[in-house]
Ligand binder design. Sequence first.
Ligand code: M6R
Length: 614
Amino acid sequence: MCGIVGYLGNGNVYDILIKGLHRLEYRGYDSAGIALVNPQGALGIYKTKGKVDNLEAYCVGKDLTAGVGIAHTRWATHGEPSDTNAHPHYSEDGEIAVVHNGTIENYKVLKDALVKHGCKFHSETDTEVLVQLIEYIRLNTGCDLVTAVRKAMKKIVGAYAIAVVRKGDPDTLIAARQSSPLVIGIGDGETFLASDATPFVEYTKEAVYLKDGEVAVIRRGEPLKITNLDNKTAEVDVHTLEMSISELEKGGYPHFILKEIFQQPGTLRDCIRGRVINNGDTIAVSGIIDNKEKFLKARRIVIVACGTSWHAGLIGKYLIQDMCHIPVDVEYASEFRYSNPVLTSDDVVIAISQSGETADTLAAVKIARDMGAFVFGISNAVGSSIPRETDAGCYIHVGPEIGVASTKAFTGQVMVLTLVAMAIAQLRHTLTQEQLSNLGHAILQIPDAVEKVLKLAPMLERLSLTFTYAHNFLYLGRGYSYPVALEGALKLKEISYIHAEGYPAAEMKHGPIALIDQEMPSVIVAPKDHLYEKIVSNVQQVKARGGRILAIVTKGDKTIRNLADHVVEVPPMPECLSPIITSIPLQLLSYYIAVNKGKDVDMPRNLAKSVTVE
Ligand code: M6R
């Protein structure tokens, strides 16, 4: 949801910023832009609609020398994607330039006031209001730029991560944050800032995560200075990054999403490592062990998340209810936050977010904590906001996920939820040791089973040709396979732009069955589980209406093989572990259909990986 990069140092400012923008492009790709202050102090701003490649083409032949610079890749919120609405935005007098990630909720009131004072606006963005406000304060109070930034921030309602440069000053870079992520990389005589650490991981491993309400002043030759909005000095807390550069490259795959699908045996191993111990007999989830009294007394668990993470949360409900006998509610974070939630200190809230930055999920976390609930986060991005705002939590450890459509993060989330459920069951003795050990042993086999499923890729590629030109799909499943159906439908929608509906298979006869004909394939997730006979009936119901069926079944299944047009066989798995296995053919199917249709599978239209606005 917009990515920002900044750099001050003796390196090639333009090259570093452009490379950084490419790394952050997953956050939005409606437009891109760059502001450079050259050593003589001239401020050059270059921006254009479309992806970073367009910006690079636009910059050919321009003066790109600089001592400091800021850059932006946009996911449009206020104002359509256009050259004018692209960042950086600049003050009317051309003195300062700003890039911004977030939304300014009171921008209309501020804009009206500035217009009354004679300010003229060129774009439709909230960001232009911010830059004009900073400059208005600077000019009218005679304060320096940092003070003007602090004063402006106090007037703003909303979320922001900003970077600011000024004409005539190639030696200063200012940054501030409230609710949108910003991390500063401290190198040798050079300083970076970015929405996440990926733009600078090859230059430095030292990172400082800016906190809400903090302003950073980066000056050439001086140590990083951080203050709050009242100019009180804050601690510079340096973390060591564990990310490696190879994690940010395609590694020979044509697309990041395909790499990420194929990484899953390894990511699941990383996710399990150290948590399934004693040969599978013991589950060790430190966030649960360290807070065991909270989980022992929990009367209810509420899971909050968005998108794919919400689908993982639905599987979490089945897992926790089955294993721990604790009632679980699963809420879209965006609905939860406005639903007057009722929580007590006996409730545990589990917030799931790959990015750890999703605005709605973060807001839900804050509400839950304010209400006294114990909040447990499940995230991928180390150091992101949700892990920092929760009482305890667990990383999924699947490495950076660059493809906008989530794949390895989903299976990582489901795996962690399985371990969380087992760890709680271990504490509350709701599973016997034998049951726990059986599951623990089965979990250790999952990475190998996933490897087997990935060998089906050529078959799914062939099958995808049969389905590429369908306009609508129905995805059906029951029990643990119902959220898998939802996730399969979401994957297809977001990367191939084909309409797909995920449905509980038995609900189909209450309406969607009317849609079934030769033209609309049904993808039915039907592993051998306790609902198998029921879903066989649902398969028959689709068949009886002339529907075409692609079924995901357990190896050796004969009944559905005789009914369905196509079957994909996956290895047998205990029921509660089946989603990790059955979701993988659906990821591959969506991928190949989208590729057949020539879609941009890593950066689907209108989407952004990290949704840091409401
Ligand atoms: O980073 P989060 O897990 O909080 O993101 C939530 C959703 O935005 C995300 O899962 C989205 O639905 C994906 N594009 C799905 O592939």
